[in-house]
Design a protein around this ligand. Structure first.
Ligand SMILES: *[C@@H]1O[C@H](CO)[C@@H](O)[C@H](O)[C@H]1NC(C)=O
Ligand SMILES: *[C@@H]1O[C@H](CO)[C@@H](O)[C@H](O)[C@H]1NC(C)=O
Ligand SMILES: *[C@@H]1O[C@H](CO)[C@@H](O)[C@H](O)[C@H]1NC(C)=O
Length: 264
């Protein structure tokens, strides 16, 4: 088992995620002007010299509630979050690994810690820092390929658990004036850098349930978790980024800007 075996392999990850949970909430009403949800409170004044601190203070406790879902604001339950598929391909058909993770349930978002915010309302730019102790993804996998001259095959249950998770939701927006004369936030682009300090992966039933081969392969994958994370990390970041964008969009579609940042 050489830890560097996978390191030369080129990496590319595909996230074919259709966040079906949001589709049923697809917006139609364009002219609503709701207040912020009661669990968020009054919102922060755009003139507050400590605007960033205010956003974290009011936002942090609201995240737990939002993760439970809120039909009034068209937000589905976010914990667990369903990720329909993540495909990981490393290397070539001869030397490499092709791993499909299907119907993943991602647990943990309700415990996310909203740590810092950096808002620039003049530049329409925001950055939100989050930390999560543990995030677990449970689902099905199938794998094929060749690692260490050993053909690898299998399908079954997968558990991918990451710890020490930090991610930042970075986005730009415009203010869109609607027919009711009010302005609404529209996210124009975003990114979600995503890092972890450790990962544990467990694939059950590798090699048709051969315990020795399966155990060795799981050990190999765990020893090389950083290589796996090179692909899984961006895919998870993309999934989370999409969810944050959708959640923000759902809410910002109903709550005009002046209700999010009420002038005092
Ligand atoms: C996983 O299974 C599906 C359906 O049987 C198959 O099309 C796909 O190629 C498999 N993927 C891997 C990585 O083995
Ligand atoms: C998944 O793996 C983690 C870490 O190894 C473990 O703590 C957790 O209990 C597992 N969850 C399930 C549902 O197997
Ligand atoms: C937001 O806008 C800035 C300035 O135009 C740009 O540098 C940045 O790449 C944009 N996107 C994100 C996600 O910050």
């Amino acid at each position: 088992m050489r830890p560097n075996i996978l390191s030369f392999l080129s990496v590319s990850a595909f996230l074919l995620a259709v966040f079906s949970s949001f589709i049923s909430f697809a917006s139609s009403a364009k002219l609503q002007a709701l207040p912020l949800p009661s669990y968020v409170g009054k919102g922060c004044s755009p003139n507050d010299p400590k605007l960033n601190e205010c956003v974290v203070r009011t936002g942090a406790p609201a995240i737990k509630k939002i993760a439970q879902g809120d039909p009034k604001y068209r937000i589905p339950k976010l914990d667990p979050l369903t990720i329909p598929q993540i495909k990981i391909r490393q290397g070539t058909r001869q030397v490499g690994l092709s791993l499909e993770l299907n119907n993943l349930q991602m647990y943990g978002l309700k415990d996310v810690d909203f740590r810092k915010a950096r808002l620039d309302l003049n530049k329409n730019h925001c950055e939100w820092d989050f930390f999560l102790k543990t995030m677990t993804m449970i689902g099905k996998y199938n794998v094929s390929g060749q690692v260490l001259v050993l053909p690898i095959t299998g399908e079954g249950d997968a558990n991918v658990t990451v710890t020490g998770v930090t991610f930042t939701f970075i986005y730009n927006y415009t203010l869109e004036k609607r027919a009711n004369g009010l302005e609404y936030v529209k996210v124009t682009d975003y990114k979600m850098p995503f890092q972890v300090t450790d990962m544990k992966i467990k694939l059950d039933n590798l090699f048709n349930g051969d315990r020795l081969l399966g155990g060795n392969m799981n050990q190999f994958l765990n020893e090389n978790w950083q290589e796996i994370m090179k692909e899984l990390g961006p895919a998870m970041g993309d999934a989370l980024g999409e969810i944050f964008k959708q959640t923000l969009t759902s809410m910002a579609d109903l709550v005009p800007f002046k209700n999010i940042f009420p002038k005092d």
